[in-house]
Design a protein around this ligand. Structure first.
Ligand SMILES: *Cc1c(COP(=O)(O)O)cnc(C)c1O
Length: 362
C-alpha cells in the first residue's frame, strides 16, 4: 500500500475504516442523535471551547464559505491576511459574497506580521472582521495566531480563522485566543476521510450573525444550532464520515490532546532535521515552520515533479508539489493525523535515494 504523505487526505487507522462499514440508520433517530451529541461534546474538547461547534457536510472550503455568509453583510469591510494560496482563497470567498476586502499579503514562506495587522486596523476603522489562516498548507508556515488575536482584539474585531490543516495537530485554544469562528476539515488532522467541515462559533460571532445579511440557506448557523438541540443536523449529513469521526475521537482521547500536539511537534522537527541533513533547504521561515506540513525549496538542480514521481513509483511514498506560483518550485511532505517519527524517517531514507535521480546536486 502507498504511504500517503500529503497534507490531506491523510491515512485513516484501521479502526476508523472499520467504523465506516456500519449500516445506515435514520439520521432523525435516537441512535444517531446520541452519536451526534457525543461527537460534538468531544469536538469541543479538541477545539478547547465552551462555545458552539457544528459539523457541516462539505469539505473545508464549505466551512470557510459558511463562516463568511453567517457573519457578514454585503459591503462590510474585512481585512484578509494572506501568506499563501489558502489565505488568498479566504479573501476571494468574502469578495464573491460582496464584502469589501482589504488584502494584507505577506511574502510566501513568511508568517504574517502582527504589527502590520495593527497598522492596517488603525488606518481603516471600518474593518469589521479579520480573516486569517492559522496554518498555511501551501507554504508550510504556521502563523503566530496568539499574537495576531491579541492585536485583532485590541480593536475589538471579529477574528475568523481557517484552521483546516492545524486544528487537532497544532495547539489552537479557541476560547483562550478569542477566535470567533474557527474552521477545520475532516481529511486533515482528524485521521478520517473527506466529507466534514467542523466549525466553532463564539458569542461575538452569534451577535454578528444576528446582523449578517449575506444570503445563506444550506450553511445557516441558526438552523445548525436549532437542529443540534435535537441531536440532529438540518440536512442529511455525511453519516459515514461521522461514524469515522466518532471512532477517531476515541483514539484521540486515548492519546490525549497534549500528547497529540507533542507528537506533531516531534514529527515536524524530524521532517525539518531530515531534509536539512540531505542538503535541502526549507521553503518556510524556520521560526514559523509548520508541524503538519513541510515545504522544501527545489534548489541545487532538483526537479520536484520528477522527485515526486520517483518517490511514488520506486518507494511507494506519495508527496505533494507546489500550488499556483509555487508549482515546480517546491515539494511538500504532509505529516498530520496518523503519523509517527518512524514514518517520516522512512520518507527521509527514500528521499536520500531519490534525490540524485531527480537532478539534485547534479
Ligand atoms: C485543505 C485546506 C483547505 C481546503 O480544504 P478542502 O477540504 O479541500 O475544501 C483550506 N485551507 C487550508 C489551510 C487547507 O489546508
Amino acid at each position: 500500500m502507498e504511504q500517503l504523505r500529503i497534507p490531506g487526505p491523510t491515512p485513516c487507522p484501521p479502526e476508523v475504516l472499520q467504523a465506516m462499514t456500519k449500516p445506515m440508520i435514520s439520521h432523525r433517530g435516537g441512535e444517531f442523535g446520541q452519536i451526534v451529541n457525543t461527537v460534538t461534546a468531544k469536538l469541543k474538547q479538541f477545539f478547547q471551547t465552551k462555545g458552539d461547534v457544528f459539523m457541516l457536510t462539505s469539505s473545508g472550503t464549505g466551512g470557510l464559505e459558511a463562516t463568511i455568509v453567517n457573519t457578514l453583510s454585503p459591503g462590510d469591510t474585512v481585512l484578509s491576511v494572506s501568506i499563501g494560496v489558502f489565505g488568498e482563497r479566504w479573501g476571494t470567498i468574502a469578495k464573491q459574497f460582496g464584502a469589501e476586502v482589504i488584502p494584507l499579503q505577506f511574502e510566501w514562506g513568511k508568517a504574517a506580521d502582527p504589527d502590520a495587522i495593527r497598522q492596517a486596523l488603525r488606518s481603516e476603522p471600518k474593518i469589521k472582521a479579520v480573516l486569517v489562516t492559522h496554518n498555511e498548507t501551501s507554504t508550510g508556515v504556521t502563523n503566530d495566531l496568539a499574537s495576531i488575536s491579541a492585536v485583532v482584539k485590541e480593536f475589538g474585531k471579529l477574528l475568523l480563522v481557517d484552521a483546516i490543516s492545524s486544528l487537532s495537530a497544532i495547539n489552537l485554544p479557541v476560547d483562550e485566543w478569542h477566535c470567533d469562528v474557527v474552521v477545520t476539515g475532516s481529511q486533515k488532522g482528524w485521521m478520517i476521510p473527506p466529507g466534514l467541515a467542523m466549525v466553532s462559533v463564539s458569542e461575538k460571532a452569534w451577535q454578528a450573525n444576528s446582523q449578517a445579511k449575506m444570503p445563506r440557506f444550506y450553511w445557516d448557523f441558526t438552523k445548525a444550532r436549532s437542529y443540534l438541540e435535537k441531536g440532529q443536523t438540518p440536512w442529511t449529513p455525511a453519516m459515514t464520515t461521522i461514524f469515522a469521526l466518532a471512532e477517531a475521537l476515541e483514539l484521540m482521547e486515548k492519546e490525549g490532546l497534549a500528547n497529540i500536539l507533542a507528537r506533531h511537534a516531534r514529527v515536524g522537527q524530524t521532517a525539518r532535521d531530515g531534509v536539512k541533513s540531505l542538503g535541502l533547504s526549507l521553503f518556510a521561515d524556520e521560526k514559523y515552520a509548520s508541524n503538519t506540513v513541510t515545504a522544501i525549496a527545489a534548489t541545487n538542480g532538483l526537479d520536484p515533479k520528477k522527485l515526486n514521481k520517483i518517490m511514488r513509483e520506486e518507494h511507494g511514498i506519495v508527496l505533494s508539489g507546489g500550488q499556483q506560483k509555487l508549482d515546480g518550485k517546491i515539494f511538500r511532505i504532509g505529516h498530520l493525523g496518523q503519523v509517527t517519527e518512524e514514518d517520516i524517517k522512512d520518507v527521509i531514507s527514500a528521499l536520500k535515494l531519490a534525490l540524485p535521480k531527480a537532478g539534485f546536486g547534479g
